[in-house]
Design a protein around this ligand. Structure first.
Ligand SMILES: Nc1ncnc2c1ncn2[C@@H]1O[C@H](COP(=O)(O)OP(=O)(O)OP(=O)(O)O)[C@@H](O)[C@H]1O
Length: 221
């Protein structure tokens, strides 16, 4: 059993708690999906989990809700940013001006299952919402690491593409924590579903142990 990342703690902004008395542990191999209404605290909890993992020295790849891309730069250059903190300034600057062949090949391999190879040299500002989201995924895949934290990482993709991307996440990262709004996708991907409501963790269990009514109650007013 792994040490808890959060042990009956409050998480929020400044002195304002969004969630109180949260306990949360993560074991290698966990695929956790956070469910809950808009504003229930999924992004806030993801932030706290990421912070604890990084504080413990873990490498975490991130797909934020707002993709956080540089619009004027290409898909390739945005993906390269996943490893900026692995290198010094000179390497990063020269690689952004003229990406090294090795890095271009590595990014192209990542873009293949994401269906983005034809877009590799296009500026992100010229892409569709789904293509932008896949670029943010490519950046996280290029970064790699033991953990992926994703905040609605497939919200702009169609059902089939979303399922394929979740499979790819499962192949690339041993452990992941995602906020999703699609309950069916959550059930098929997760080994654990964590439900947030009313400032608390209302449920935490294997998908097969949770009834539709229990999950539905998370979304009731
Ligand atoms: N930077 C911030 N400063 C203060 N309060 C914030 C901040 N970000 C979010 N909140 C508040 O925290 C609460 C939880 O927000 P959070 O973004 O974690 O919810 P969420 O479940 O991810 O929602 P959504 O599904 O809409 O993305 C909300 O009441 C929100 O107003």
């Amino acid at each position: 059993m792994t040490a808890p990342l959060l042990d009956r703690e409050s998480v929020g902004y400044g002195s304002a708690a969004v969630l109180s008395s949260v306990s949360f542990s993560l074991a290698p191999g966990d695929r956790v999906v956070l469910l809950g209404r808009s504003g229930s605290g999924k992004t806030t909890l993801l932030g706290a989990i990421r912070e604890r993992l990084e504080r413990a020295g873990s490498r975490v790849a991130l797909v934020p809700q707002e993709a956080g891309l540089v619009p004027t730069l290409s898909v390739l250059r945005n993906a390269l940013m996943g490893r900026l903190d692995d290198h010094g300034t000179l390497y990063n600057l020269t690689n952004l001006v003229r990406p090294r062949a090795r890095d271009r090949t590595a990014v192209a391999d990542i873009l293949e299952p994401l269906g983005l190879v034809p877009e590799i040299d296009r500026a992100v500002e010229r892409l569709s919402g789904g293509q932008k989201q896949r670029t943010a995924l490519a950046r996280a895949f290029f970064r790699g690491g033991a953990y992926l934290i994703g905040d609605e990482p497939v919200s702009a993709l169609d059902e089939r593409q979303g399922a394929e991307v979740l499979d790819e996440i499962g192949r690339r990262f041993e452990t992941s924590v995602l906020a999703l709004h699609d309950v069916a996708l959550a059930r098929s991907f997760a080994t654990r579903i964590v439900g947030l409501k009313g400032g608390q963790v209302m449920l935490d269990g294997a998908p097969e142990s949770l009834s539709e009514a229990e999950i539905g109650a998370l979304y009731a007013l």
